[in-house]
Design a protein. Structure first.
Length: 143
């Protein structure tokens, strides 16, 4: 099946935004149902699974631990008014609690996106102050 030209163009714009913009805006909900929005510095893999690290006591971290249903937006806010483009995702987020292949993929994708030096793994495990998270989109939209 051949993909139509407008859909190819939208997909290409989405890829450009994902590669250009360094922050994903993450919407979570607390145990009382109150919404919480947080920008997180992210990386992603070839399957468009998104990764970030956050302090384990942040509100959005606690929200994800209690309810993994999230909504995310990556929006090109650098564009001139009326010419911006964004990608919207709904899906499941979770904390990565064990050092494994996913843990290593998260570190690699976060810290190589913009050439940042990698943090030591102990920073994200046990008594370390931060945790690694992954987000697996189920639905997406383009704007």
């Amino acid at each position: 099946m051949q993909i139509s030209s407008p859909i190819k163009e939208l997909a290409e714009k989405a890829k450009q935004v994902l590669n250009k913009i360094t922050y994903l805006t993450l919407a979570t909900v607390d145990q009382e149902g109150h919404p919480w929005n947080s920008p997180v510095y992210y990386g992603f893999d070839e399957n468009y699974t998104f990764y970030w690290s956050s302090w384990k006591e942040n509100q959005h971290s606690q929200n994800i631990i209690n309810n993994g249903q999230v909504f995310a937006v990556i929006y090109d806010s650098t564009a001139v008014s009326g010419n911006a483009f964004g990608v919207y995702f709904q899906g499941i987020a979770e904390v990565i609690e064990v050092e494994n292949e996913i843990f290593n993929k998260a570190i690699d994708s976060i810290y190589t996106k913009n050439g940042k030096p990698k943090r030591d793994k102990k920073y994200f495990l046990d008594s370390g102050p931060r945790r690694l998270f992954r987000f697996m989109p189920k639905l997406f939209g383009l704007m």
